[in-house]
Design a protein around this ligand. Structure first.
Ligand SMILES: [Zn+2]
Length: 180
């Protein structure tokens, strides 16, 4: 149910809008919505992190096709084709699924997120809540994107298997669809 693959190869229809999008509690989010089950799991994760005095905050979750197009066009105007290393074409963003979250801490600095205790905690525990780090370091040739320590993808129960496989989700998806 959550095992949808969206990457440079596989896109979503322009008018794809996930069902049951809900607002994310402002205590743990700057703004935005995501799919209900993913939000419930995210809040549980953020609450448990907070018990350890760690502040995990959602910076950006669901984005519509139109919103992604606006963001892409801004990046493209700045960087040209280089924009494709860091931002997805409209229809090819995981954020359109309502299952992806860009996370940060109180500083709201995504680019420094890797150096925070929050990131270390997520590296150990995110999969227990159904989330994986979607664009790991050194995997650009597979995922198509530069390392994004802030981008987490909700996969439900599957997250543990993907985490334990040590594969990117792109690889895991291909491997598991061959096995079926
Ligand atoms: Zn993202």
């Amino acid at each position: 149910m959550y095992n949808i693959l969206v990457n440079k190869e596989y896109g979503l229809p322009d008018d794809y809008e996930p069902k049951d999008l809900i607002e994310i509690d402002k205590k743990y989010s700057i703004k935005g919505m995501a799919k209900k089950d993913a939000v419930i799991a995210f809040i549980k994760m953020a609450e448990d992190a907070l018990k350890n005095n760690l502040h995990i905050i959602n910076e950006s979750a669901y984005r519509s096709y139109e919103r992604q197009k606006e963001l892409y066009d801004i990046e493209y105007a700045k960087k040209g084709n280089k924009a494709n290393d860091t931002i997805a074409l409209p229809g090819h963003s995981e954020h359109q699924t309502g299952l992806a979250f860009d996370l940060c801490t109180d500083t709201h600095d995504m680019y420094d997120f890797e150096n925070t205790d929050e990131f270390i905690w997520l590296s150990k525990h995110a999969h227990e809540y159904g989330f994986i780090l979607r664009y790991p370091k050194g995997k650009k040739d597979i995922t198509g994107y530069d390392y994004e320590p802030w981008h987490y993808r909700y996969l439900g129960d599957l997250a543990i298997k993907v985490y334990e496989s040590n594969l990117t989700y792109d690889e895991y998806y291909k491997k598991s669809s061959k096995e079926i």
